[in-house]
Design a protein around this ligand. Structure first.
Ligand code: B1M
Length: 212
């Protein structure tokens, strides 16, 4: 079994110790941190996803896998942040109301931080009014919204409308992301951009801030 497969298997088994050990072994072998994320840690979620969909795995088991994945991310965090310099601007991020998924959001947070931006992470299940309050408080250049469910995608529209109603829309660019989203949806709800993955999000934040 390759080390990437070993790591994916450890995530699937929710084996925290093995996740931390194999992640460290891959780092010590000189493997690029983002390859460890993509091929190892997210490889584990690729085993989990079809089983969850088929009803062969249940919420507590999947949550354990997600936590194990998070342990690997913690080991990688200092390496991903090595590129960070003094903060270039603020990025405000959250998973919208009704949605508890945070693996993708956490990856986005880590990568954008690694680009030298100050990141304010509002967490999961964030209501529109909390986004509005946080924009007033932190004055971000960019706001990122995450949704993983078709039922919570629509909440993104509520957030954007609330930002407009509060008179703050011209102050921020809004980026959206999450597995069920697509560019036309982002356009339809009035977002400034759709991010297919965390790397694209980091690049889009950098582009926006450079233009400001
Ligand atoms: Co959930 N779940 N889940 N789940 N879950 C999905 C999303 C689902 C597709 C599974 C399936 O196939 N049936 C399905 C949604 C179906 C739909 O809406 N059409 C689903 C469901 C139905 C549910 C529940 C309703 C199940 C239930 O209760 N019966 C429930 C809902 C809870 C809620 O949110 N209210 C639920 C619960 C859970 C768990 C708690 C068990 C767990 C979440 C644990 C956690 O996050 N801490 C979980 C998980 C893990 C999944 C799957 C298996 C994996 C999601 C994931 O983390 N992927 C998922 C199946 C799947 O996606 N195939 C599934 C890895 C992650 C890195 O990818 O988040 O897409 P992703 O992020 C990517 C990009 O999208 C982008 O960057 C990342 C990669 O670089 N990105 C952004 C993401 N967010 C961004 C924001 C940005 C920019 C880019 O901002 C600018």
């Amino acid at each position: 079994m390759s080390d990437f497969n070993k790591l994916a298997q450890a995530v699937f088994e929710g084996d925290f110790d093995a996740v931390k050990t194999v992640t460290q072994e891959l780092i010590d072998a000189g493997v690029e941190p983002m390859q460890i994320v993509d091929k190892g840690l997210l490889g584990g979620m690729e085993i989990v996803a079809p089983k969850f969909k088929a009803g062969e795995m249940f919420i507590p088991e999947v949550m354990l896998c997600a936590k194990a994945l998070g342990e690997g991310l913690k080991v990688l965090k200092p390496l991903l942040e090595e590129g960070a310099s003094s903060a270039k601007g603020t990025f405000l991020m959250g998973t919208v109301k009704g949605d508890l998924h945070d693996i993708g959001k956490n990856l986005v947070v880590m990568l954008v931080e690694s680009g030298g931006f100050n990141v304010v992470d509002l967490g999961i299940d964030v209501p529109a009014e909390k986004f509005v309050e946080a924009i007033k408080e932190h004055k971000p250049a960019v706001v990122g919204l995450c949704a993983l469910l078709t039922t919570t995608m629509t909440e993104m529209q509520v957030v954007i409308d609330s930002i407009k109603e509060a008179g703050l829309r011209d102050n921020v660019k809004i980026l959206v992301g999450g597995a069920p989203l697509y560019p036309e949806f982002a356009e339809k709800i009035g977002a400034d951009g759709y991010c297919p993955d965390a790397i694209a999000c980091k690049e889009m934040v950098a582009e926006i801030v450079a233009k400001k």
